[in-house]
Design a protein around this ligand. Structure first.
Ligand SMILES: NC(=O)C1=CN([C@@H]2O[C@H](COP(=O)(O)OP(=O)(O)OC[C@H]3O[C@@H](n4cnc5c(N)ncnc54)[C@H](OP(=O)(O)O)[C@@H]3O)[C@@H](O)[C@H]2O)C=CC1
Ligand SMILES: O=C(O)[C@@H]1CCC=N1
Length: 264
């Protein structure tokens, strides 16, 4: 099994590292292209995969091809490769806003397409990916793709109409969490904790809280209530978060994210 990446920036690098880490595909069976030599040098050194500036070479040398360029470059990249994509090849999109119908139209023929929305925690094997496929992808093909996507975290098949929501809740959401961690650390530093220690305390608390939601199956509100002692410290913090619109800022930010995804 050979996998190719057209574009090798933040997302492709995270996916490739995740795949290599789990030994699903060896580095020698992975090929990636980029626009600049600087990126290819970095990728070769950091990941040990084959590299090329030629998108056709990547296409010809892969069974599964991941389009890992920014959405605005999808039309030019697809126009470049569409005549060399083979019938049995599987093409994976990771771009927001690009529907299966749109992708199909750009290829101008029957192509096995899987539309996904991954996220960068793939790099540490804790990604969350939403996926859906078109009618040309066989069950066997799709099982292979799910195995690859599952090698760097969790993967779930979702209806295509939820793909824009997936962008906001998992594709983009690591950014919100990093801001939260940074803000929590700033708060701790403001009250005297050394910066490096503050990041550790904040990040580990986010990690632990996420695990509590996933592993206890309890409602997040119930878990929150367990932390809030009557007349205690936590409810004071929660009161201020509510006053400052924390919950509403997250919801509105996510709605803006979905609107943007729908317009790409
Ligand atoms: N970053 C994220 O958290 C996520 C990103 N995505 C999606 O993943 C895709 C890639 O995003 P991301 O990795 O962040 O972007 P980056 O800008 O980090 O990487 C894009 C890569 O594409 C390369 N590139 C640009 N034009 C071409 C071309 N014509 N042929 C070959 N390579 C080209 C760039 O090369 P060079 O470096 O030489 O300029 C770069 O390596 C996007 O569609 C994005 O929406 C999806 C989920 C999460
Ligand atoms: O910001 C973006 O457009 C991409 C898609 C999801 C995460 N990053």
């Amino acid at each position: 099994m050979k996998i190719g990446f057209i574009g090798c920036g933040n997302m492709a690098t995270s996916i490739i590292k995740g795949i290599i880490r789990k030994q699903i595909i060896d580095a020698e069976n992975i090929i990636a292209s980029a626009k600049t030599k600087a990126t290819l040098d970095r990728v070769q050194k950091e990941l040990g995969v084959k590299v090329s500036t030629d998108n056709l070479e990547v296409t010809e040398n892969s069974d599964i091809l991941v389009l890992a360029v920014k959405p605005q470059y999808y039309p030019e990249v697809i126009a470049q490769i569409k005549d060399v994509v083979r019938k049995e090849q599987i093409v994976i999109s990771i771009a927001p806003g690009k529907t299966l119908d749109w992708l199909q139209e750009q290829f101008g023929g029957a192509v096995r397409l899987v539309r996904t929305m991954p996220n960068t925690p793939a790099l540490v094997g804790e990604g969350m990916t939403g996926a859906c496929r078109n009618e040309y992808v066989t069950d066997e093909d799709y099982a292979t793709v799910l195995q690859i996507l599952g090698s760097f975290g969790e993967v779930e098949t979702i209806p295509e109409n939820l793909m824009d929501v997936c962008v906001s809740v998992s594709g983009s959401s690591p950014a919100y969490i990093y801001i939260l961690i940074e803000a929590m650390a700033d708060g701790a530093v403001a009250d005297g904790m050394p910066r490096a220690q503050a990041y550790k305390f904040a990040a580990q608390s986010v990690l632990g809280s996420a695990k509590m939601v996933l592993e206890t199956g309890k409602h997040p509100g119930e878990l929150k209530d367990q932390v809030c002692s009557p007349g205690g410290t936590t409810i004071e913090a929660v009161r201020v978060l509510e006053e400052k619109g924390f919950r509403s800022s997250v919801i509105e930010a996510m709605k803006a994210c979905v609107r943007k995804a729908r317009g790409i």
